[in-house]
Design a protein around this ligand. Structure first.
Ligand code: TYD
Length: 220
C-alpha cells in the first residue's frame, strides 16, 4: 500500500443491500450542507437514509467527541488516533453495518480518510499505520462512495471566521497543518479514484449537490 492508502486489506460492503456514502474535506468545506441536500433528495426518492457523523455518531462516540474536540490539555497524537479509531469501531459495528444490512443509505460526515489526513498528515503519524488502525477497528469496512470537498485552507479559514463559532482543537491548528491535511485528502483520492469523487468546494452548493447526485444515482 502507498502511504496515502492503497487497496490493501479493505472490503466494500458489496453483498450488503445498502449504500454507504461518506463526505470528507477540511473544516469549513461545506460537508454538512451537502449531506443535508443529499439526504433530502434521497428521501424524496423514497430511500431510507441514516445520516450520521464521526466523531460522535453513537452515545459512546459523543463522549469521545467531547475529548477529541474540546479537551483543554494535551492529547498525545497516538492517543488522539486511538480515540478516533474507538469512536469508529463503535459507530461501524452498532450503527453503520446494521443500517447497510437493512438496505438503508448511510450518509456520513467523515470516516477513516479523515484519520489518515488529520492524524497521519496533520499530526505526522505514519499514514499506513493510522489507516490500518481504522481498518482493524472496523473489520476493514470501506464506503461505496466518498465525496471529497476540496478547499484551500485560507478560504476555509475565512468561512469559519465568518461563522463566529469558537474553534475546536483541530480547527485551531495552524494553516500548515490544514495544508498537509488537504494534500493528504487529495492523495487519498488519487490512490482510490473508483471510490472518490473530488469536487471544488468553492462551487455553488446547488452545483455541488447535482454532481453528488449524478455520482450516487446509478448506484441506487
Ligand atoms: P466536526 O465538528 O464534526 O467538524 P466538521 O464540520 O469540520 O467535520 O469536527 C470534527 C473534527 O475532527 C474535524 O476538525 C476533523 C477531526 N477529525 C480527525 O482529526 N480525525 C478523524 O478521524 C475524524 C473523523 C475527524
Amino acid at each position: 500500500m502507498t502511504d496515502a492508502g492503497g487497496a490493501a486489506a479493505t472490503s466494500r460492503p458489496g453483498p450488503r443491500p445498502g449504500l454507504w456514502v461518506t463526505l470528507e474535506g477540511g473544516d469549513g468545506a461545506g460537508k454538512t450542507t451537502q449531506a443535508a441536500l443529499l439526504q433530502e433528495w434521497l428521501e424524496a426518492s423514497g430511500r431510507t437514509v441514516v445520516r450520521t457523523r464521526e466523531p460522535g455518531g453513537t452515545e459512546v462516540g459523543v463522549l469521545i467527541r467531547d475529548i477529541v474536540l474540546h479537551h483543554r490539555g494535551e492529547v498525545a497524537p497516538r492517543a488522539e488516533a486511538l480515540l478516533y479509531a474507538a469512536d469508529r469501531a463503535q459507530h461501524v459495528q452498532t450503527l453503520v453495518i446494521p443500517a447497510l444490512e437493512r438496505g438503508d443509505v448511510v450518509v456520513q460526515d467523515r470516516y477513516l480518510d479523515s484519520s489518515v489526513a488529520y492524524q497521519g498528515a496533520g499530526r505526522v503519524l505514519d499514514a499506513t499505520e493510522v489507516r490500518d488502525l481504522s481498518l482493524w477497528a472496523t473489520g476493514g469496512a470501506l464506503p461505496d462512495v466518498t465525496i471529497l470537498l476540496d478547499l484551500d485552507p485560507a478560504a476555509a479559514r475565512a468561512r469559519l471566521d465568518a461563522d463566529d463559532k469558537p474553534f475546536d482543537r483541530l480547527e485551531a491548528e495552524r494553516e500548515d497543518f490544514h495544508t498537509r491535511v488537504r494534500t493528504a485528502f487529495l492523495d487519498l483520492a488519487s490512490a482510490e479514484p473508483e471510490r472518490f469523487l473530488v469536487l471544488d468546494a468553492t462551487l455553488p452548493a446547488a452545483e455541488l449537490a447535482a454532481a453528488v447526485r449524478a455520482r450516487i444515482e446509478p448506484l441506487l
